[in-house]
Design a protein around this ligand. Structure first.
Ligand code: ATP
Length: 236
């Protein structure tokens, strides 16, 4: 598999002098699900923000689809759908309007067939006219994914998609992610949960204190850990 994202020698020092990322090197393969695993404050969100061009690195370079995210921002950014940790929607807008508006922000021509497909893939079609405020927590999360997919990106970032949600919602999210991979989208998700990384990912990267300390195929990692499978400990 070829790389769709290439991160080279990336460092980030915040104004306070705090080093949030230290010489990160990482390649994401086209079509894979990559889980970035790390504790609170490890640097996951900082890394995603820089790859997506939302924050600038102090040092290093990011190529997305071969384009430099800093110097070819619009082209590189159009390949990326980003689902941040927090929900960002207008509570009184309909699902359809929310997703269509998001597509418009990328300057894409209207394409109702694509919006319909996205909403159907995410089991939101029968809610297309509902206002966001009336939806369950799980549906709101799926609307965030639909927004991120509205402009037909090749890559989807999910920043802690199941943080603070119950077991059923978490499993539902895993199903959604698998469906999206089957439709050809490359997926990078961050998580605190090793069981989520095990369940979802083709490859797992571990970040700690701003450093990537391990990147492995899931199967190799499982072997190294000396277990056929990590025990699934779901809370709730
Ligand atoms: P979490 O799992 O809690 O979301 P994370 O792995 O996503 O954590 P980041 O949010 O990237 O971690 O934060 C990495 C470190 O950088 C943390 O110590 C955080 O306090 C610090 N940090 C993040 N943003 C800033 C900022 N704007 N200014 C200064 N320090 C920051």
């Amino acid at each position: 598999m070829s790389s769709i994202i290439s991160v080279a020698n990336l460092s980030k020092t915040y104004g306070s002098g705090f080093k949030a990322l230290k010489n990160v090197n990482l390649d994401i393969k086209r079509g894979e699900i990559f889980a970035l695993l790390g504790p609170n404050g490890a640097g996951k969100t900082t890394l995603i923000s820089i790859i997506c061009g939302i924050a600038n690195p102090s040092e290093g370079r990011v190529l997305v689809g071969g384009e430099d995210i800093q110097t070819s921002y619009r082209k590189a950014r159009s390949l990326i759908g980003l689902v941040p940790q927090e929900l960002h929607t207008d509570a009184f807008e309909s699902v359809w309007a929310t997703v269509s508006f998001s597509r418009g922000l990328f300057g894409k021509p209207k394409n109702p067939a694509h919006i319909e497909k996205v909403l159907k893939d995410l089991s939101l079609w029968d809610k297309k006219d509902s206002k966001i405020i009336t939806l369950s927590g799980g549906m709101k999360r799926r609307v965030m994914i639909a927004k991120a997919l509205s402009h037909e990106p090749q890559i989807l970032f999910l920043d802690e998609p199941t943080a603070g949600v119950d077991v059923e919602l978490r499993k539902g999210m895993w199903e959604v992610v698998r469906t999206l991979q089957q439709s050809g989208v490359t997926i990078i998700l961050t998580t605190h949960y090793i069981e989520e990384a095990e369940e979802m990912a083709d490859r797992i990267g571990v970040i700690n204190k701003g450093e990537i300390v391990l990147v492995e195929d899931k199967a190799t990692l499982m072997q190294k850990l000396g277990k056929k499978r990590l025990t699934l400990h779901l809370q709730n």
